[in-house]
Design a protein around this ligand. Structure first.
Ligand code: SF4
Length: 439
């Protein structure tokens, strides 16, 4: 039986897609392996969101090329956003690549694998308006047996000016809510205790058949599966997050009190250029709405520094927004111009790299302080934690997450992974809470 090794780069959506690919190839008689050296087929599931994400994949493809020289029968496939963006050019840039498959063509992989055996190079990068891989039950790759992702929709039509995703993942489409519920129930029955519903913009989830099911309704249905099943979601677009959804999050204890709300910039000028379709004031209103209904809600965000034409004033507005919201966590990046995006066509990438990095350093330092402050405020408080695994630092310790998505470390004792435990926070760093078990 031929063995398939899948390596994943980028976001949680890619992780979820790799699990779908794993399921497709397994059903077709291939065996999955986590050992690269014993693989007959290597798939790299790629991300195009930033230039350095693509560079990392390029470096890996060079390494796989060396491997192929020792194992000439090895087939190398590129999946995901880079496959969609570069198409046949990947064959020119990496002679070792045999298969190129875009995000909507994974069902075609068995046929492509057969064709490639005759020594030709094969590609399918057709985008679809319907494909959601609805009925495919993903294999869980690299799982801790506690947390899993469920993809609820695909594609994006927001066309943020810096972003390549609408071109690589195609039109937005939602998956039949019944198959989502089936997958969530199946995971719960198998012992999973936390699921994250995934989409590029989950707030615009909509299944139209009989009575419409929007994202708030879907969340409620998933939350009702069991009070022991934690529910998270990613990612929200600030323009679409609704009061109806916030109220559902507030109503159910098992919907985690944590929202990732990508701000990108605190300046309305930049937001307009980014085509984010909200202003600084709109964003603040959404934060106020969240705080009103869910006072204990943790918030995280994405920030891009040094976007085209960003002035020092724009940058300061981002810093002031960080103070205003007091984010618990942030994903922070320099702007990286991507080919064929609106920003590449319309604007000049005019902030020098050193200045982008200087601004990014300020933002990272600000977030480090905010995260530390947030964690210090938790000292003395009690949280329910879902135990996820052994601490890397000390085998006598376990780690888990609070509803607010904060990592908590505590003594192992007789505790089991996958169980809930109450802890009192006694200390912290800027990245971790240290707790003592209280039941
Ligand atoms: S919402 Fe904007 S940033 Fe997010 S995937 Fe869509 S286009 Fe990209």
């Amino acid at each position: 039986m031929k063995k398939v090794f899948i390596e994943t780069y980028g976001c949680q959506m890619n992780q979820s897609d790799s699990e779908i690919v794993g399921s497709i190839v397994q059903k077709d008689g291939y065996e999955l392996t986590t050992d690269l050296l014993e693989a007959d087929i290597v798939f790299v599931n790629t991300c195009s969101i930033r230039e350095n994400a693509e560079q990392r994949v390029n470096n890996r493809l060079v390494r796989f090329g060396h491997l192929k020289r020792k194992k000439p029968w090895l087939k190398i496939g590129v999946l995901g956003c880079m496959a969609e963006r570069m198409k046949d050019d990947l064959f020119l840039e990496h002679k070792s690549v045999d298969i190129v498959v875009g995000p909507d063509a994974y069902r075609d992989i068995p046929r492509l694998l057969e064709e490639v055996e005759s020594g030709i190079k094969v590609a399918n990068v057709l985008l679809s308006e319907e494909e959601t891989y609805s009925e495919i039950i993903p294999v869980r790759l690299g799982t801790n047996g506690v947390s899993a992702f469920i993809s609820i929709m695909r594609g994006c039509e927001n066309f943020c000016s810096y972003c390549v995703v609408p071109y690589t993942r195609g039109k937005e489409r939602s998956r039949d809510y019944r198959t989502i519920l089936d997958e969530a129930k199946d995971l719960f029955d198998k012992g999973y205790r936390e699921i994250t519903l995934l989409g590029q913009n989950v707030n615009s989830y909509l299944w139209k058949e009989g009575e419409d099911v929007n994202f708030a309704k879907l969340m409620e249905m998933v939350a009702k599966i069991s009070p022991l099943l934690r529910v998270r979601f990613s990612t929200s677009h600030p323009k679409d997050i609704s009061e109806e959804l916030i109220k559902v999050i507030a109503k159910y204890d098992n919907i985690c009190k944590y929202i990732h709300l990508p701000m990108q910039s605190g300046s309305s000028n930049m937001l307009k250029k980014m085509n984010r379709k909200y202003t600084r004031e709109d964003y603040i209103q959404k934060i106020e709405m969240i705080n009103k209904h869910i006072p204990n809600c943790a918030l995280s965000t994405d920030i891009i520094t040094g976007f085209c034409g960003e002035t020092i004033e724009d940058h300061k507005e981002t810093l002031s927004m960080m103070d205003l919201v007091g984010y618990d966590y942030a994903f922070m990046f320099n702007y990286s111009q991507r080919p064929n995006t609106i920003a590449e066509k319309k604007f000049v990438d005019d902030i020098p790299q050193e200045e982008k990095s200087r601004r990014l350093d300020e933002i990272i330092e600000k977030q480090r302080e905010l995260s530390f402050e947030s964690n210090k405020r938790d000292i003395g408080k009690e949280y329910e934690v879902l135990i996820e695994g052994e601490s890397k630092r000390d085998k006598n310790e376990l780690f888990g997450r609070s509803s607010q998505n904060k990592v908590v470390i505590f003594n192992k004792g007789e505790l089991k992974i996958g169980g809930y435990i109450n802890v009192r926070i006694k200390d912290c760093t800027s990245g971790t809470l240290i707790g003592e078990v209280i039941n």
